[in-house]
Design a protein around this ligand. Sequence first.
Ligand SMILES: [Zn+2]
Length: 411
Amino acid sequence: MELNLTIKARLKFSDPKDALAFQEVCEQYRQACNYVSDYVFNHDFELNSVKLNEVLYHDVRQRFHLKSQLTQSTFRTVTARYKTVQTQLCRNSNKYDSGKKDGDGKPVYITVQKDLNWLWHPIQFSQPQADLVRNRDWSIVDNGKTFSINTLKGRVKCGFFLKGFEEYLDGTWAFGLAKLVKSGKHWFLHISVKKEIAEMELTDIKHVVGIDRGLRQLVTTYDEKDQTAFYNGNAVLKKRGHYKELRRSLQARNTRNSKRRIRKMESRENRWMADVNHCLSKTLVSLYGSDTVFVLEDLIGVRFATEQVAKAQRYEQVSWAFFQFGQMLTYKAKKVGSMVVEVSAAYTSQRCPKCGTIKKSNRDKHHHEYHCPCGYRSNDDRVGAMNIQQLGTQYVSGVAHPKFEKQQANS
Ligand SMILES: [Zn+2]
């Protein structure tokens, strides 16, 4: 199995002229991408980078003074961006009410598949950037202390800040494409790295850990030894509340300065939430170690109504934070030879983990308690984690898509 990730290094310059050389190459690259994008837009969305190379190579090279490898990279950058947009359009296809009704009297909708023809303008590349091929456009020199990066004026050597970079130099990681980008005042190199790791065998599992995500308890875990742990979300809720207040007062002012401060605050909030997720996933992975199956609910269909998340914006923030936690846990688990599986969220908060009865009213949301007529009584977050853990156990025993089904009530 291949583990892929992107690591981000902030570059530091000994000579300010070096930054100018980056600016220049990135600007030329950006303009070249827009030129190629225009061509793609006007030629039936030709997304074959080999064909684009045949037609445009000399033209782009001469116009934008790019070296051979960078010229070829523009074709890949542009086609990749169009393909991403294509996927997004397809996902957001329009639904129209046909005005007709089906047998049950429900309206019949017509789905109109969206494709690239829905674009009104060629995709624009507005940020200066350059996609660099390893050993052609960029390389690591000086025992891993310096990057050497190709510009229009030749190679530029620069140092960088990247915590834990040594880890990637142990010979097990392969370096790939790197993106040179400017963000704020600083220049960054976003480097793709990959590593071959052994796929976890489902035969030698040490732990199966069910994880319930929420707001009050950020994470509740339940494992095969009946151990429950709560990772409290109060600090997060409090901080969210603080940011929300701040946003409201800034929005009320509605000046250019207040808008800028909102943007700054939002990126601070995102960084802080990423940090919380990072710590949480790290704690869980180091607690259980290798050969662990972490079980999460898939986020499709997870609703937060019970947690009083009223605003759509807040819903998005929460689901983004949950998604990010899943991503981080997956990556960290893989690194130590463990895995994350996603199971269906259906009925995990309504089912009694002892007798299997599914009943919504067994859960008392106000007192955060689950109470089943069979006599079982527990904290509701814990019940969620227990049910998720049970689905994980089903997965381990060979059920590909474990899911709770509501039995038809006969009595
Ligand atoms: Zn029960």
